[in-house]
Design a protein around this ligand. Structure first.
Ligand code: BEZ
Length: 211
């Protein structure tokens, strides 16, 4: 069955380009981004891994570890990393899971047979420090992912985990947030001392509480 938001991210043991890992132990207290690649030595995936490697510090600052997966084997991954480093002018700096028998891909429902019965789609799972799935996005093989969007979502997830706010369309870190409907007007001064503006009784903005 497909994994849903709030489900525990299934644990697994796997070989990666940085050694064998137990996924939950590898995550430790960090958040995680697990993302799948249809195959090694493919052009879009090559750009994605290069882009993600360049953003590693941005993810680390948010206490997020990245890990990629492709259903090819470790030797293939190692050769591909040389190409990623060369063509994307970077150095791969996070693990790629080798999943030739598709154990992890199956566990995370990354193979969608009506799209392709052998390759994975481009799945993304954002996993909280509680090991729960916070976000899933599925892209087709032909569309490379936007890693800035993943950073933006992590900012929203980490903010809304701590404060009684939600983030509006196209929100970016530092912008005003929406006070969740469960908060009464009487509670607002105590929870949001920076103030608020009410557009409608159900649409109330406040400056980002943790800035
Ligand atoms: C790619 O990563 O470039 C790719 C993979 C599978 C199908 C199409 C593109």
């Amino acid at each position: 069955m497909a994994l849903r938001l709030g489900d525990e991210a299934p644990n697994f043991s796997a070989e990666t380009t940085e050694g064998t890992i137990d996924f939950h132990s590898w995550l430790g207290d960090s958040w995680g981004v697990l993302f799948s690649h249809p195959a090694d030595y493919t052009p879009v995936c090559t750009t994605e891994l290069g882009t993600a490697a360049k953003l590693k510090d941005d993810f680390s600052r948010r206490n997020v570890k990245m890990i990629a997966i492709s259903v090819d084997d470790l030797e293939s991954h190692k050769g591909w990393i040389n190409d990623i480093n060369e063509t994307q002018r970077t150095t791969m700096n996070f693990p790629i899971i080798a999943d030739p028998d598709k154990t992890v891909a199956t566990l995370y429902d990354m193979i969608h047979p009506n799209a392709d019965d052998k390759m994975t789609v481009r799945s993304v799972f954002v996993i909280g420090s509680d090991k729960k799935i916070k976000l899933t996005i599925t892209y087709p093989a032909s569309t490379g992912r936007n890693f800035q969007e993943l950073l933006r979502v992590v900012d929203s997830l980490q903010l809304t985990a701590k404060h009684k706010v939600a983030t509006p369309a196209n929100w970016k870190d530092g912008e005003d947030c929406i006070i969740v409907p469960a908060v009464t007007n009487d509670e607002i001064p105590g929870l949001f001392p920076k103030g608020h503006r009410e557009i409608k009784p159900y649409l109330r903005y406040t400056p980002q509480p943790n800035k």
